[in-house]
Write a protein of this length. Structure first.
Lengths: 139, 405
């Protein structure tokens, strides 16, 4: 399978690989996927309580190049957005940006799920109710 | 001088030996005759070439030339051998024994037979990839007509105890079919010493052309017959109709002759490189060799690198090194390698595997480059892997409740 240039670039030069302190109240962590399925994504956001802005985002991903690229791209997009704006990131925009083929759409779904999971983790830690999301269709 | 890309996917197909091409060339051009044309020199030349190739092929496996049925490849030979026996011996029984790690060409043929009213036992394998001979014998019924066990596995290179299998089969009057696609031309295979009744193999796994293979069908002790699966001109002693692929057959013959002469030295040299590759890659933490290391083809190794995913791993170097992975992502299916799973590997390890197949043309420089390239990529991806981080923190990954996906 040939990968798009953008996927290759993210794979070779991934943005924001790393770990934030998951014990911190400012940090939300989303861990999605399963080793059995061949991909696990961990996405973390650091939020400024006052402004509601995402000040930092990090990821680590076990998976194929498209999964790595999807999470790398997601962290890039998250930084500087408000939590509310982040909730609007749709997996199909990731698909379009990275030119993912149909068999790799699940990688973008995983990234969207990871964002939502991280936001919910942050909300829960700070006494807010978790947002109920519709189940992802794929997987 | 190192030339990129490096080809280490020789279990998929091998490059053709230039000497094979040289032998084939005249049969593409001037000697284009149909081997079944009995009335003119073009036909005679083609027939002569086929006869000679048949001898070359037979010699490599210790068979009589009359026992070689040329086919389009190993898949066709698998189909002809198994379905052909099932139909020919219907009055004797309808039960076949095979194993879960067989090639799809065998497994799907067996599935087809089940739909036709046949019964099939699929033996599980032990963690080293070998079948348990006691289980094999216990599976034999009065209605068993065929045992179909591959000579060597295409993913992990495990070599089955064919001699012992055929001894058991003989004792019970059951025929032995073996898919020897990966073994013939790589290790000594002798149909008489090994007690094989039917055997499928193909040219393109031993430096010959694609599109030509053979089914060995025993003629003596016992005389075995198969029902033809294609109707037509009654070529190949009525067992396989269709104009012979003369050029391909000539190449197949030449490839067999070269293997006959060079296999032993090749295997020795290749095994040294394979062992070096394996030893160096095993220096990486949490790397595991899949399948038996003792009963194994000399040019194959299959290694899992825990906590990195196979396709992600391949992407790190597949512009420069051709390899395949047991990961589902590399194939159309969503399941990782059924062979690795049959060994008892968890999905995580099955997803993390690479299959290496070396060849006659592999060089030391290529192996050195591969070792470095793969080591670098594994280390880089582990820095990126949440599973690796958890493992390093001492978290048991089995205790984590993974999100339903």
């Amino acid at each position: 399978m040939a990968y798009s240039e953008k996927v290759i670039d993210h794979y070779q030069n991934p943005k924001n690989v790393g770990t934030l302190d998951k014990a911190s109240k400012n940090v939300g962590t989303g861990l999605v996927g399963a080793p059995e399925c061949g991909d696990v994504m961990r996405l973390q956001i650091e939020v400024n309580h006052e402004t509601g802005m995402i000040t930092d985002a990090k990821f680590k991903t076990f998976g194929c190049g498209s999964a790595i690229a999807s999470s790398s791209l997601a962290t890039e997009w998250l930084k500087g957005k408000s939590v509310d704006e982040a909730l609007k990131i749709d997996n199909m925009t990731i698909v379009e940006e990275l030119n993912l083929p149909p068999v790799k759409i699940h990688c973008s779904v995983l990234a969207e799920d990871a964002i939502k999971a991280a936001i919910n983790d942050y909300r829960e830690k700070n006494g807010m109710e978790k947002i109920k999301f519709e189940e992802s269709v794929i997987h | 001088m190192l030339k990129l890309p490096i080809y280490l996917d020789n279990n998929a197909t091998t490059p053709m030996d230039p000497r094979v091409l040289e032998a084939m060339t005249p049969y593409f051009l001037n000697q284009f005759g149909n081997a079944a044309s009995r009335n003119h020199p073009f036909g005679w030349a083609a027939e002569e070439a086929v006869d000679y190739a048949r001898e070359q092929v037979a010699k490599l496996i210790g068979a009589d030339p009359k026992e070689i049925i040329f086919t389009s490849g190993a898949t066709e030979a698998d189909n002809l051998g198994i379905k052909g026996v099932f139909e020919m011996y219907a009055s004797k029984g309808n039960h076949i024994i095979t194993a879960t790690t067989e090639h799809k060409a065998v497994l799907d043929t067996c599935k087809h037979i089940e739909k036709q009213g046949g019964e099939v036992t699929y033996l599980t394998v032990q963690p080293d990839g070998l079948i348990d001979l006691t289980e094999l014998e216990a599976a034999i019924r009065p209605t068993t007509i065929l045992i179909s066990i591959m000579y060597a596995n295409n993913e992990i290179g495990t070599v089955m105890p064919i001699k012992e299998i055929s001894a058991i089969a003989r004792k019970h009057g059951v025929l032995v079919f073996t898919d020897a696609t990966q073994a013939v031309g790589k290790i000594p295979v002798d149909v008489n010493k090994d007690g094989i009744d039917l055997m499928a193999f193909t040219a393109h796994k031993m430096y010959g052309p694609k599109g030509v293979g053979a089914l060995y069908v025993r003629r003596k002790n016992p005389r075995v017959k198969v029902t033809a699966q294609m109707d037509g001109g009654g070529h190949e002693r009525g067992m396989r109709s269709g104009t012979l692929n003369v050029t391909g057959i000539v190449g197949f013959g030449k490839a067999c002759e070269l293997c006959m002469n060079e296999m032993e030295a090749d295997a020795k040299r290749i095994a040294v490189m394979r062992d070096k590759l394996e030893t160096e890659l095993m220096k990486i933490e949490e790397a595991y060799v899949n399948g038996s290391r003792e009963h194994r083809l000399p040019h194959v190794t299959n290694i899992s690198f825990k906590h990195v995913e196979g396709e992600g791993l391949l992407m790190g170097f597949n512009k420069n090194i051709a390899l395949s992975s047991g990961s589902a992502c590399t194939s159309a299916s969503l399941e990782p390698s059924y062979v690795l799973k049959a060994l008892g590997l968890g999905d995580d390890l099955a997803h993390s595997s690479l299959r290496f197949g070396l060849s006659r043309f592999t060089t030391d420089e290529e192996i050195d480059y591969t070792i470095k390239s793969i080591t670098d990529t594994v280390l880089k991806l582990r820095e990126m892997s949440p599973l690796w981080e958890m493992y390093k923190e001492g978290i048991d990954l089995n205790t984590i409740e993974w999100a339903a996906h």
